[in-house]
Design a protein around this ligand. Structure first.
Ligand SMILES: Cc1cc2nc3c(=O)[nH]c(=O)nc-3n(C[C@H](O)[C@H](O)[C@H](O)COP(=O)(O)OP(=O)(O)OC[C@H]3O[C@@H](n4cnc5c(N)ncnc54)[C@H](O)[C@@H]3O)c2cc1C
Ligand code: SF4
Ligand code: SF4
Length: 396
């Protein structure tokens, strides 16, 4: 492991850098100074070595890919349960693993109750579930969670690590990829495995105008984050065969520089990703009274109102309700779009919806290409009638 280069001609093995490293990342071996995965590239050792013997190496050396095998999925724990994205990551990992005959393993970090979660995950046909359980993992601390995951990665050497693109996943993934001096592709929408174990990480780029294929061909592991609701859920297997491995958690591993003052739940409302019915407002909705109409329809249908980006920018909705490449990916059972044109940056993130009803006064609006039912009409002529029919209890 090293993007730090130690010049053997200059180094007199004084050990000063080992004492100075704030992360215990250096040790003295017979061959010289060794750097482990705890290194954060902070540069303290580079600046303080009295002999000027340490420097940052810009180019990582090539790894022996055959030594990195299997796919590791990070299981995020939310309110004592596995986050739903984990089941999608396992489903995708199992599909990819077939190409190389890899195993799919999972790692869970948390305070308590992890064995119950691990047993549930085994039902989806994963080979090993590694558990890092300790009271110091209460709440989320990016530093000691990353330490636990780095420990698991160092000992199991997975070729691919899949992480949910949640707030926690987005915090951990870059820390890990930096530590292992390897690549990370965020928010992948599609993944493919090549015969040589390179993972093709596909995601929209340049505002969604192209789908970029990204490879991490010279280093391992290959880190990718995937948003919730993008991949298919894993299916349960008839005979689970995997095992649970309780990993040793030393006091050193759980050390954290983050102090959690209090944990406060900010919202109990379903997110738009979890919602079955979404009524989506686009720029065709122009004022508050029209917006009130949309809210009335969403309430009657037992769903939520979501927005396109211009509507969020104009202050009609909040960013957590925005659908699209710079917002959320959704898969509701029913979506009604109202005054939405269907730009690629929006439409790319509604593809998993079961039924889309689009209302737009322009018959050429691109949204109709992604709709099951197309209503070419001013929505003001449609929505009040629809509301009336639902209130009457008729078939809307
Ligand atoms: C890098 C990048 C990222 C982006 N990310 C996102 C994103 O995450 N989400 C997103 O939504 N956009 C995103 N966009 C913007 C995107 O390109 C579009 O501009 C946006 O989706 C258009 O929003 P809209 O459909 O509400 O508005 P418009 O394109 O203006 O469409 C309004 C539609 O309403 C119809 N209409 C008007 N009046 C009525 C009426 N009375 N009845 C019925 N129909 C009516 C019109 O015919 C029109 O089709 C992004 C753009 C870029 C460059
Ligand atoms: S401080 Fe410099 S000289 Fe001393 S052991 Fe570390 S690299 Fe070598
Ligand atoms: S760069 Fe920082 S973390 Fe890495 S070995 Fe040097 S002092 Fe330690």
């Amino acid at each position: 492991m090293a993007l730090l280069n130690f010049d053997a001609k200059k180094c007199n093995l004084c050990g000063f850098c080992i004492k100075k490293c704030p992360f215990d990342a250096l040790s003295m071996l017979a061959s010289g100074i060794d750097v482990n995965e705890k290194c954060r590239m902070c540069g303290v050792c580079v600046r303080t070595c009295p002999e000027g013997a340490i420097r940052f190496e810009q180019k990582a050396g090539e790894v022996d890919k055959s030594k990195w095998n299997d796919i590791l999925v990070f299981c995020e724990v939310e309110k004592g349960e596995a986050h739903k994205v984990v089941f999608e990551l396992i489903g995708e990992a199992k599909r990819l693993a077939k190409v190389k005959g890899y195993n799919v393993n999972v790692v869970i970090v948390g305070e308590e109750g992890l064995e119950k979660i691990a047993n549930e995950l085994l039902e989806y046909g994963v080979s090993k579930v590694y558990i890092y359980e300790h009271k110091a993992f209460k709440g989320f601390r990016a530093d000691n969670y990353a330490d636990a995951l780095a420990d698991c990665i160092s000992s199991t050497k997975p070729s691919v690590v899949l992480i949910g693109a949640t707030a926690i996943g987005r915090s951990i993934a870059p820390r890990l990829s930096t530590r292992f001096h390897t690549g990370l592709t965020a928010d992948c929408t599609k993944l493919e495995m090549r015969e040589n174990s390179d993972l093709v990480q596909i995601r929209p780029a340049f505002g969604g105008n192209i789908m970029a294929q990204i490879l991490i061909s010279n280093s391992r592991p290959q880190f990718a984050t995937v948003r919730y609701k993008v991949m298919e859920n894993a299916k349960k297997v008839e005979k689970p065969f995997g095992e649970i491995i309780k990993c040793e958690v030393s006091e050193d591993l759980v050390k954290s520089r983050i102090f959690v003052e209090k944990i406060e739940e900010i919202s109990k409302e379903k997110t738009i990703e979890e919602e079955d019915v979404l009524v989506v407002c686009g720029r065709g909705v122009k004022n508050k009274s029209e917006l009130d109409l949309i809210y009335e329809l969403a309430n009657l249908l037992g769903g939520q109102v979501a927005f396109t980006r211009p509507m969020v920018e104009a202050g009609f909705g909040t960013s957590d309700k925005q659908i699209g490449l710079s917002g959320r990916t959704v898969k509701p059972k029913l979506m009604i779009t109202i005054g939405v044109s269907g730009a690629i940056q929006f439409s790319a993130c509604i593809k998993g919806s079961e039924c889309v009803v689009a209302i737009n006064s322009d018959k050429n609006a691109p949204i109709f290409k992604n709709a099951n039912y197309c209503v070419v009409e001013d929505f003001n002529n449609v929505i009040p009638k629809l509301i009336e029919r639902i209130k009457r209890g008729g078939e809307a």
